[in-house]
Write a protein that binds this ligand. Structure first.
Ligand code: SAH
Length: 386
């Protein structure tokens, strides 16, 4: 009961806050000074329609109100008249209407039915309904249709899995222009050695390039969120390393658990080692113990010029002994000179080399093999929370 009262009162606060803003408080006066007819149009609509609905914080419902920012996002997205644009979380359609002015088609995925109703109404009033498809579902649980570009002011709570779904998804795309929480955008933009560089950046940048577009003030939203925002543009990389993505994501999850510790220290943690060892045993069982037992010393060189003597080898019996397992891991780290290095300072090439050393010693990081059609969701979930 108490919880219900709390929820209701928080909705009420948002509503009061909203109404105060709609009828011209200090912060809306800021907009009144903007000589922009387009903005006034958006504002009138907002007063007429959106005032009738509660904006839910839990759904990240912060509407982007500043037409200059909306126009810049559209302009920076380089939309061609033949493009299909995928928009996640269109809300009441402030960005959708702008997208429809330039794209051939917009497909919008919105979780909130009330928003969808308003969106349909606004788009129909302009006679643009034939070029808009709305999917009323959770964007994380929906298979994305074919699209050329993603352009969206997304709910910030789903940033990690959504970006993962974009960059690791089955769809090919030209770019994604996304409005994100500023801190999140900074992490996406970070490079090895930067203090913000983490698992998110390393995973995304394996397959995509990220470019800063512009900062957006919290005052440009309704209601005003606590955080500032930035727009980034994400492009798929032209050359993507050949690596099993699920294995890669599981590997980086281990390496970045304590990103400022050395890899030597990370791979000394007992619980992690136990889990990793158990995983090898399970995999060994699944594959009828072929994983460890067929791994023998062989002093021929492989295609990288690395002698197999440099790589640790072991038998299935050894896998059951934690101390020995730890030694094997240490040998792998030492053989590549990784023991004293920190993941957050390593390049993709170095991390890929380390993963390949592990894999060649038959040590894997990813557990089950997922059915193909669920792999997007699995990858997306492996990204959060970051
Ligand atoms: N793009 C709009 C609204 C942004 S608010 C604008 O710029 O004004 C974020 C929107 O995402 C809300 O409409 C919210 O209902 C929607 N949303 C939240 N979670 C979602 C999810 N999982 N899938 C799809 N839409 C979602």
């Amino acid at each position: 009961m108490l919880d219900r009262i709390k929820i209701l009162s928080s909705k009420l606060i948002i509503r009061q806050h909203f109404l105060r803003r709609s009828f011209g408080t200090k912060s809306t006066r800021r907009f009144n000074n903007v000589k922009d007819e387009e903005y006034n149009k958006v504002r009138r609509k907002t007063e007429n329609k959106e005032a009738q609905i509660y904006l839910l914080k839990s759904r990240g419902q912060h509407l982007l109100m500043n037409p200059r920012v909306l126009n810049s996002i559209v302009q920076k997205s380089n939309i061609l008249p033949t493009d299909t644009v995928l928009e996640i979380g269109p809300g009441t359609g402030n960005l959708t209407l702008k997208l429809l002015e330039v794209a051939q088609k917009v497909i919008a995925i919105e979780i909130d039915k009330r928003m969808v109703e308003i969106l349909h109404k606004r788009v129909s009033e302009r006679g643009l309904q034939d070029r808009l498809t709305v999917i009323c579902q959770d964007a994380l649980k929906t298979e994305f249709p074919q699209f050329d570009l993603m352009v969206a002011n997304i709910p910030y709570g789903i940033s990690s899995p959504l970006v993962a779904k974009l960059v690791y998804g089955k769809n090919s795309y030209r770019s994604g222009t996304l409005l994100l929480q500023k801190e999140f955008a900074r992490r996406l933009l970070a490079n090895p050695g930067d203090s913000e560089f983490n698992r998110l950046a390393v995973n995304v940048k394996l397959v995509a390039d990220v470019e800063f577009v512009m900062n957006v003030s919290k005052k440009d939203f309704l209601p005003c969120p606590k955080v500032d925002s930035s727009v980034v543009k994400i492009y798929p990389k032209t050359e993507i390393p050949k690596v099993d993505y699920e294995e890669w994501c599981a590997f980086t999850r281990t390496c970045f658990t304590k990103k400022n510790k050395t890899l030597g220290a990370i791979f000394k943690q007992k619980r992690m080692l136990m889990e990793l060892m158990k995983l090898q045993e399970t995999k060994g069982d699944e594959e009828k113990n072929t994983l460890y037992s067929d791994y023998h010393v062989n002093d021929t060189e492989d295609e990288d010029g690395l002698s197999n003597e440099d790589i640790v080898n072991f038998s299935s019996d050894v896998g059951k002994d934690l101390t020995l397992f730890r030694e094997i891991i240490n040998d792998i780290l030492r053989s590549g000179g990784f023991e004293d290095k920190r993941s957050s300072k390593l390049s993709h090439k170095e991390l890929l080399d380390l993963l390949s050393l592990f894999n060649r010693a038959r040590i894997c990081f990813h557990g089950q093999v997922n059915p193909k059609d669920e792999s997007d969701a699995e990858l997306a979930s492996s990204f959060g929370p970051l």
